[in-house]
Design a protein around this ligand. Structure first.
Ligand code: CAA
Length: 285
């Protein structure tokens, strides 16, 4: 048993909403928070829409969809998390922002609550040090789209206790996920392997080795990847991809992690992928 009856999810973007939906589908109450009450409300509306799509495809009963939605309460501010047993932070991949959030979460969450970060590359030890309960802080890294992807990376910081890790492993299993443990080293397992591949695809495109469509077709047809690297980068968000490459480069210090200049240019242009309607591909129609 994991013993979590109420979980707060901080951040109602694509990862936060996916995490909230997966927890609610497991019958656990979720409090969904974002920088403004409106953003949290909009997050719940997007989850509802996606579930209705599943109902239309006869993959979900209408009452199951209603039940999942009823388990999620958008909350107006962080003060509302005081009764939660676990808080999962899914904000942008920005260390300063996460440190500030964890200081606040430590202040508002009850003393015995666990605090988890969905960071895709940042140090759990550093994040935990912003709180007075580093033994209760852990990495819980989900994959997009969260309701579909089975993996959760569970990352222990230097001070994370055994009991915290055990409880998070049990919760991951209760959500129907397969947890894999990683030490607290930049990028953990998946992003240390995946992001350099996506970055390399950006170099190929910039060098004119092949068109965006052909680069993606090559990896789909030649390696049986469900999405090509450029479509996957668009799906993850090019700002997130750049942020992860910058962490890999800074923390691991090797030239092979240098972000592709083309990736930087796209982010500078505000072409962040699917979420802005334009990235390596166009999503406006
Ligand atoms: N949210 C929730 N569910 C979604 C979804 C979303 N954004 N997008 C698709 N799905 C669901 C669909 O509803 C569908 O579910 P059902 O089978 O129950 O109907 C299922 O996923 C398959 O979707 P589709 O049939 O529409 O499309 P598809 O077969 O092409 O699959 C995909 C879509 C699952 C996204 C597939 O292309 C895929 O697996 N892509 C690779 C995804 C991946 O690599 N993710 C990891 C990214 S790395 C990461 O997230 C970590 C990080 O830190 C950067």
């Amino acid at each position: 048993m994991h013993n979590f009856s109420s979980i707060a999810v901080i951040g109602a973007g694509q990862m936060g909403c996916g995490i909230a939906q997966s927890i609610a589908a497991a019958g656990i109450e979720v409090k969904l928070s974002d920088a403004t009450p409106d953003l949290a409300q909009q997050g719940l509306a997007r989850i509802h829409l996606r579930l209705l799509g599943q109902v239309e495809k006869h993959k979900l009963q209408p009452e199951e969809a209603d039940h999942i939605v009823a388990n999620i309460t958008p909350v107006p501010s962080l003060e509302s998390i005081h009764n939660c047993d676990l808080v999962i932070e899914a904000a942008s991949e920005d260390l300063a922002l996460k440190l500030e959030l964890f200081r606040k979460l430590d202040q508002y969450a009850k003393p015995e609550a666990l605090l988890a970060s969905n960071t895709s590359s940042l140090s759990i030890t550093t994040i935990a040090a912003a709180t007075r309960r580093p033994q209760n802080v852990i990495g819980m890294h989900f994959f997009n789209p969260v309701p579909v992807m089975e993996l959760v990376e569970v990352i222990r910081g230097l001070a994370t206790s055994d009991i915290t890790q055990t409880r998070i492993l049990r919760l991951s299993e209760a959500l129907g996920k397969k947890p894999v443990c990683s030490v607290d080293k930049a990028g953990f397992v998946v992003n240390r392997i995946l992001l350099p591949m996506l970055n390399e695809a950006c170099f190929l495109l910039d060098e004119g080795v092949a068109s965006a469509t052909d680069i993606d077709s090559a990896m789909q047809l030649g390696c049986a990847h469900p999405m090509g690297p450029l479509a996957l980068a668009d799906f993850i968000g090019l700002d997130t991809c750049l942020a992860i490459m910058e962490v890999l480069q800074k923390e691991l210090g090797e030239v092979k992690y240098r972000p592709a200049p083309l990736l930087r240019r796209y982010v500078a242009a505000g072409w962040l992928g699917k979420k802005t309607g334009r990235g390596f591909f166009d999503y406006n129609d």
